[in-house]
Each structure stands twice: as structure tokens, then as C-alpha cells.
Design a protein around this ligand. Structure first.
Ligand code: AKG
Ligand code: FE2
Length: 322
């Protein structure tokens, strides 16, 4: 069903330097008021002009990369409608830039998505300066955070039209659209009750034509939207949901950085999407509480469950949250 929903356009800022970002944008956005913004005209280095398909494949080399391959443009993590395959980086870039393929895994119209990983993805964090040192010299990442806050830098390379599932990450993020264009739809963490979550992902992938019979509350989620052109940078605050559609072939790099003290994050997280330790511990305790409620008959369980919700609302909800 197509929904007639109002879009909230993201604010755009041009030529922002570190001081302006930290003084005028970031502090305004802390205390639960952090909002995504589009940054234009930032100095990103030569990547904006250099990173053609030809140059990327020559300079990136033939290092093996693990890619997502799907038959349809909507890549859906929950329904797992894609395969993981491995290709040399140069071959992958050339294939991803094309609409139709003579060599393919599933069909000639298949779509690709690369989210680059660390050397050993179970232990290592993606850092393009380590996995793609030569390409990394072409990109200048805006220095809006301290060096020790850096978590990862990740290649995001998509086939034309590829739509990536709606999800949140747990770290602040600068998504740099180096070449190509991308539409990004975002939802506030506050609208989580309307997004039908399964872990860090929303079941609502098709945000333009959602199944409102299955997901009736989705129409309450406020839709923030921006259209990134080559050279634009999107600041995505931690916990903000995002869903992207590549308009044509495009290369992006995103940088996650730690907003919380290092020890708050899960040490085993190499992706930047595992909930902070205290949050997952609290969730486990909640699951135990729910199990305990099972000892009561329905009527009592319902009454005490509602009281628990009221207590959570009174004690843990922020008043300072629009
Ligand atoms: O570039 C994309 O398509 C998705 C990017 C993303 O999910 C991220 O930067 O966290
Ligand atoms: Fe993400």
C-alpha cells in the first residue's frame, strides 16, 4: 500500500569545519536532541574526482571481498533474500557498476552490495586504511572527533537501485557519499515502537509501499529524508534508523566513532551494531522478569506487566525528548 506521508527534509550545512561542527551542530544535538544533518562542500580529498570504476578496480586490487548478492534490488536481512559470495575487489567493482551481467551468481539482473570487513571479520574491525591502503590515501575523513574515538571506516558499494534494509547502528556515523547518489530515509529512535523491530533491524524494508495490514503502526513513524549527491556527507547519530536506496552505481565510505566511553561498547562488536553492554544486560534482566511473570495467571500477569511498563516510563523515559 502506498502511504501518503509527510517527509521531513534534513537540514543542510555548507562548508562546516571541525569547530563549527562541534560548537554549532553537535552540542545542539546532544542530550537526546541529536538529529541527522547533511554536510555539503566538505574537503574530502581527491576521491571525489579519482574514484571512477576503472581507477577503483586498478587501485583497489584483487583482494577478495565478501559481498551480498540478491535477485531483487530490495535486500532484506530478516528474510535473508540474498547470498554471500566472494569476488576479487576489482571484479566486484566492475560488476557492481553494471545493470546487466554476463557472469552472474543468480541472474543477469542481480544486485550487489559490499560492506567491507576487517581482515578477520570475527576479530578485526573494518578500516579502509588497513584493507585498502592505496585508495584510503585519496580520501580525507572530516576530523570531527578525537582520534581515540575512531571505531571503523567501511566501504559501502552498491549496484544501481540497491535498497538496504532499515536498521540502526550504535555509534555516531559520517556516511560519505563519494560517487553516485543515494536516497536515505531515516527514523528517530523515538519511533522504534512503530518500526516492528527484530534486533537492530526493522521488518519494514519497503518504506515507500509498506504493508500496512501487517504493519499498521508504521504510518505513525515520522519519515526524515535526504538525497545525497556525490561529495555530500550525512551525519547519522547513533540509534537513528536508516534505509538507503542507491540511485545508480555509487561508492560510499562511512566512519563510525564512539560517542560513549570505550568500555560501554561490546568488545566483540566488529560491526558497530551490537547494543552497549549496559543495554544488553538490562534486556536480559527484562527477559528474566518476563519469565518470572509467567508464574502468575493471565489476569495477574497482565496487571503486573502494566505496572512494570508504568514504572519503566516513570523512571527511565527522558522528558527531554521531542
Ligand atoms: O550506504 C549504505 O547504503 C548504508 C550505509 C549504512 O548503513 C551506514 O553507514 O551505517
Ligand atoms: Fe548503518
Amino acid at each position: 500500500m502506498e502511504i501518503k506521508q509527510q517527509k521531513i527534509s534534513l537540514p543542510e550545512y555548507t562548508n562546516v569545519d571541525r569547530q563549527t561542527f562541534l560548537q554549532d551542530i553537535y552540542p545542539l544535538l546532544v542530550d537526546f536532541q541529536r538529529k541527522p544533518v547533511v554536510l555539503k562542500g566538505l574537503h574530502l580529498g581527491d576521491c571525489s574526482t579519482k574514484w571512477t570504476v576503472d581507477y577503483m578496480s586498478k587501485t583497489g586490487g584483487s583482494k577478495e571481498v565478501k559481498i551480498h548478492v540478491s535477485e531483487v534490488p530490495q535486500m532484506d536481512f530478516i528474510r535473508k533474500n540474498f547470498l554471500y559470495r566472494t569476488l576479487p575487489f576489482d571484479t566486484f567493482v566492475k560488476r557492481a557498476a553494471k545493470e546487466k551481467h554476463t557472469e552472474f551468481f543468480i541472474s543477469e539482473n542481480e544486485k550487489y552490495y559490499l560492506r567491507s570487513l576487517g581482515e578477520d571479520p570475527r576479530k578485526d574491525i573494518a578500516d579502509i586504511s588497513k584493507q585498502f591502503p592505496q585508495l584510503a590515501t585519496d580520501i580525507h575523513v572530516p576530523e570531527f572527533f578525537e582520534k581515540d574515538q575512531f571505531f571503523s571506516s567501511v566501504f559501502r558499494i552498491s549496484s544501481p537501485g540497491l535498497q538496504l534494509w532499515t536498521h540502526y547502528d550504535v555509534m555516531d556515523n559520517l556516511l560519505i557519499q563519494v560517487t553516485g547518489k543515494k536516497r536515505v530515509v531515516l527514523y528517530s529512535p523515538r519511533d522504534a515502537p512503530y518500526l516492528y523491530l527484530s534486533g537492530d533491524k526493522s521488518e519494514v524494508l519497503d518504506v515507500d509501499n509498506p504493508d500496512l495490514v501487517k504493519y499498521p503502526l508504521f504510518s505513525h513513524a515520522r519519515r526524515y529524508e535526504c538525497y545525497l549527491e556525490a561529495g555530500d556527507v550525512l551525519f547519522i547519530p547513533a540509534l537513528w534508523f536508516h534505509n538507503t536506496v542507491a540511485d545508480g552505481f555509487g561508492v560510499g565510505v562511512n566512519v563510525f566513532w564512539k560517542d560513549l566511553p570505550s568500555e560501554c561498547y561490546d568488545k566483540t562488536d566488529t560491526y558497530g551494531n551490537k547494543d552497549p553492554c549496559a543495554a544488553s544486560r538490562a534486556m536480559q534482566i527484562l527477559d528474566r522478569a518476563l519469565k518470572t511473570l509467567e508464574e502468575l495467571p493471565e489476569e495477574y500477569k497482565d496487571f503486573y506487566a502494566r505496572r512494570m511498563v508504568l514504572r519503566i516510563q516513570a523512571k527511565a523515559y527522558s522528558a527531554n525528548y521531542e
